[in-house]
Structures are given as structure tokens and as C-alpha cells.
Design a binder for this molecule. Structure first.
Ligand code: SAM
Length: 353
């Protein structure tokens, strides 16, 4: 019997047991084990803080409980990690069956429309690793997430922010609040390798994002909050590729520079106080640009006033027009109503607030 296998499954196909053993030794699963260790210690470190004003919004408390199983994931789950990110996005591989031909055509048309807006070539397809899925268009995987991230990269390019990051000769620091499963950091880091990418999220989310990114970039140098004393979190930051800071400790660390703060489809789900704290903090850290792709407020969120008005107190908001429909819709849908839908906003730091 293969080492490490539960004796109660003795007698099952030996090829399957061997596969399980191989997966247990894979880089992705080993990364997951490191991430889980860090997440568990962050959760216990943050327990008291969560009880004193750092709790997730009502909406996110419900969402987090849906994927508690990720704290005890089998190597088979990690091998197909992308199939489990539906917990965050609602997207599943079966939405992209090749038999869904008319839907595939819609995706191809939307990709073609975005390519026309892309003057510098910022397209990055879905990676095939860890169960990556999507319609196969000209040999590349395309799904709603990849099209959304493509929009964001085009908006950052048009907003005169991305060029600086792509061509950087001195190291830049980008801070994403609420990075979900890590798909956008994967794309950004692919296009802009000379960037230290910092992610703030609930610790539970690192089970997805950190595992995914460490598998995508096996050579990446990674630091989690708590691995070194808090005041040393950003020591030697130029040598790090990814830094993971839990939401409760966002204000406990201070990088010497932040060049760009990013938030997508996330401020809209927070409370007014949480959004304001993050935007004020970016401003206080002298971060020049704050990019947001959000609705002013999610329909179900009663704890938030309005994302753009909070942002406008600290940053000059410049909306970058994209397609007539939000990223969630295809081109044949009704255009967004004025003032509704998702807005690509590149904020320029205000000198006075
Ligand atoms: C719908 S997901 C979007 C993920 C990713 N930005 C994307 O577009 O694929 C919302 C993200 O915001 C995070 N989030 C929600 N409330 C947060 C808070 N108070 N602080 C940090 N992250 C938060 C969630 O954990 C999740 O990663």
C-alpha cells in the first residue's frame, strides 16, 4: 500500500493510490500545506481582532463558511483548485463545455472587441494549471474571469499606469485588496515581473490565492504576515514576489512605497468603514494611483454608502470607458443603464483631502 494512505481504503486500485501519492508530493500540494499552516496561525493570531471590529461584513461571513473544507483539502482538490474557486466567483468548468457553441461565439466576439481596445498587447489567457478552464479560442482558454482581467489591464494601460509597471527598472510595489483566487495577480505578475505584489484579504482566501500563485510561479519568493516580526514584514521587499497580509493586520505594517492600489469587485461588498479605511490608508502611504472596478454598491449590501463617493474624497476619479456592457455580460445584452454597472476608475491621489 502507498505510504500515507488511509488504511480504510486498502484494496482500491493501486494505480489510483499511486496517483494520490504522486499528487501528495507535487509542488502545488506542498505549497498548499505551507499556506494552510500560515492560514491557521493567522486565524488564531487574529481571533481577538475579529471580535473587536475587524469582522467580515455579513455577506462575507456567510461566504467564508461555504469553503471551510479548504482547510482540509485532499491532493485531489488541490490538483483541480480552479474547480473550487466557484465558491468565490460562481464560475464552473461545465459552463464552458465545447458543445455550448453559441456561447463560445459570444466569448470570441467579446474577446475580439477587447483586442481592438488593446493597443499594447496586454492579453493573458487562463493558465491551464490546477484545472484551469474556459472556451478554447485559438488554442487559449477564455472565461469570464480572463475577460474581466483583460478589461482591467486595458483600463490600467489607458489610464497611463500599466506602462510604468511593465517597463519598471526600479522595483514597484502593487497592493491588491481582495484578490479572490489570485487570477489577477497571476496576470499582472506575468506582464510586470519587476513588481512586488502584496495581497490583503481574509486569511481563508489565501488557501486559494497563495496556493495558486505559488504553483504558477514555483520560483517566487513569498512572505506571509507573521513569518517575521510585524515591523520586518517589508524588510528586503524588493527581493519578494508576493506578500500576504490578512485584513486584520493591514494597518499593522508599513511598506516604504506603494505605487498602485487595486480593488475589483470587492469594495462593493464591504462596509463603508472598511472601504474608507483602505482608501485612506492608500492615500496615507502616498500611493499615487488607486484603481477600482466596482459597482457603487452591490444590491444585497446594506452596509455600504457608495464606492465612488468614498474614493473621491482621497483620489481624483477618472472613469475609463470600456464596452457598453459590464464584464458580467456579453455584447448582445442590453447596455448598462447610465450610472449603473461596473466602472473602471483610475484614481489619482489628491494632494489635499
Ligand atoms: C468577489 S471576490 C473578487 C475577487 C477578485 N478581486 C476578482 O475580481 O476576481 C471579493 C474579494 O474581496 C475580499 N474581501 C471582502 N471583504 C474584504 C475585506 N474587508 N478586506 C479584504 N478583502 C475583503 C473577498 O475575500 C474576496 O477575495
Amino acid at each position: 500500500m502507498a505510504a500515507g494512505v488511509d488504511p480504510s481504503i486498502e484494496g482500491v486500485d493501486s494505480a489510483w493510490l499511486e496517483r494520490l501519492d504522486t499528487l501528495r508530493e507535487s509542488g502545488a500540494y506542498r505549497s498548499y500545506l505551507r499556506v494552510r499552516r500560515e492560514v491557521l496561525s493567522l486565524l488564531s493570531l487574529g481571533q481577538n481582532r475579529r471580535m473587536t471590529g475587524h469582522a467580515p461584513s455579513d455577506y462575507w461571513s456567510g461566504e467564508l463558511s461555504r469553503f471551510e473544507y479548504m482547510l482540509d483539502a485532499s491532493p485531489l482538490v488541490i490538483e483541480q483548485l480552479r474547480h473550487h474557486t466557484h465558491n468565490l466567483t460562481g464560475l464552473l468548468p461545465q459552463h464552458y463545455r465545447e458543445s455550448l457553441e453559441s456561447k463560445k461565439t459570444q466569448f470570441a466576439e467579446k474577446l475580439a472587441a477587447l483586442r481592438k481596445l488593446d493597443e499594447t498587447g496586454v492579453w493573458v489567457p487562463e493558465a491551464r494549471q490546477l484545472g484551469g478552464f474556459g472556451f478554447d479560442i485559438d488554442g487559449e482558454l477564455v472565461n469570464i474571469d480572463t475577460l474581466k482581467f483583460y478589461e482591467v489591464l486595458i483600463a490600467l494601460e489607458q489610464g497611463a499606469v500599466l506602462g510604468e509597471m511593465r517597463e519598471a527598472t526600479d522595483r514597484k510595489l502593487v497592493w491588491e485588496i481582495g484578490a479572490g483566487w489570485g487570477g489577477f495577480p497571476y496576470q499582472f505578475k506575468t506582464l510586470c515581473p519587476n513588481v512586488t505584489y502584496v495581497i490583503t484579504d481574509f486569511p481563508e482566501l489565501f488557501l486559494f490565492s497563495a496556493t495558486y500563485l505559488m504553483a504558477a510561479f514555483p520560483e517566487a519568493r513569498v512572505r506571509f504576515y507573521g513569518e517575521v516580526p510585524a515591523e520586518e514584514t517589508f524588510m528586503g521587499w524588493q527581493e519578494l514576489d508576493f506578500v500576504f497580509i490578512p485584513d486584520m493586520f493591514h494597518a499593522a505594517v508599513r511598506p516604504e512605497r506603494v505605487d498602485l492600489t487595486i480593488n475589483m469587485v470587492s469594495f462593493q461588498e464591504m462596509t463603508t468603514q472598511q472601504v474608507e479605511t483602505y482608501v485612506r490608508r492608500a492615500h496615507a502611504l502616498d500611493c499615487q494611483y488607486l484603481y477600482s472596478l466596482n459597482r457603487d454598491r452591490s444590491h444585497h449590501n446594506r452596509e455600504l454608502s457608495n464606492v465612488r463617493s468614498i474614493l473621491s474624497q482621497y483620489y481624483w476619479p477618472r472613469e475609463v470607458p470600456m464596452l457598453p456592457v459590464s464584464y458580467t455580460k456579453m455584447l448582445d445584452a442590453n447596455p448598462d443603464m447610465p450610472g449603473r454597472g461596473y466602472k473602471h476608475v483610475v484614481g489619482w491621489r489628491r494632494v489635499r483631502t
